[in-house]
Design a binder for this molecule. Sequence first.
Ligand code: AMP
Length: 336
Amino acid sequence: MSHSVVTIGSHSSLQILHGAKKEGFGTVAVLPKGREEFYSQFQFIDKVLGYKDEDEAVELINSIDNGILIPHGSLVEYIGSERVKSLRIPIFGNRNLFEHEADQRKKMALLKAAGIRIPEQFERPEDVDRLVIVKLPGAKGGKGYFVSNDRNYIKSKLQEYIEKKIIKSVDDVIIQEYVVGVPMYFQFFNSVMLNRVELTGIDIRYETNVDGLRRLPSRFTGSYEPTFVVVGNLPAVARESLLPKAYNYAKSFVKAVEKIVPPGMIGPFCLESVVTDEGEIVVFEFSGRIVAGTNLYIDGSPYMWFYWDEPMSVGRRIAREIKLAIGRNELDRVTT
Ligand code: AMP
């Protein structure tokens, strides 16, 4: 096969390239200089290309013959949203979604348009009438988030962030109802080739210190503010009766994206949710591409076995979709 699967060496690139090799593709990792030795250990990576700066990264990616780039959570972070626009090789998935992903308000609007239950949102601290989580823009892995039910506290904290130039104004943050329940991140794959939405797995993010506070008796935790810094992922399976509900949300989401962000959802996405004690799934965020929580399932999640009956990671699933598309001469339906 003459196509090569390319990705930036980070996030879920080992999974992506491992899966691509299993499906018969050439594989290329483009990464910041200094990481070459680590990635060169793996037999399934044909070429490891180190770059010294972001412009060189773009040059290297664009130079790969018959390359198909797989975006992941670190692509925009590593090379910048403007440079992503100058990538000339086909990108698996919908590149128009990147802009929506970068804007928390656009993100929530998309979920709302899909008729998915989302947390209540407050425009100003003065409007807050319950426990909320305040989210900073572009916060990496939950850094800087805080919870409060006190309007004055929220106001003064935001004022502090403005003075420290962490934000420009209150409009830069999202003030969202804090939903009490347990987090569950439902991972899906919209297959354009098979015309179906697959549930590819579920994970939970392991977040410090909020996940650590319950390890201490409450008399010691009172003086700590919970923080939400992601440091890892844990596997989960859901009570089976929750699955059709999550699936219906995924289908509605796919329909909404098709309408609002053409050509629609292609490949992996994730509905990041809290499940309440009434069995409600409340979605507070989505990712429109492969999430790091899929790295748990290199041999396939329990759900992937039901669809495929063979080891199928999301990385491999992406390559399988590309292979199906090439076989039908329809690569342009799965790339943008
Ligand atoms: P996010 O950056 O939106 O993915 O949020 C980071 C973390 O904050 C999540 O993994 C959750 O643990 C928590 N979180 C975010 N939004 C909410 C919410 N509306 N209710 C409860 N917890 C939330």
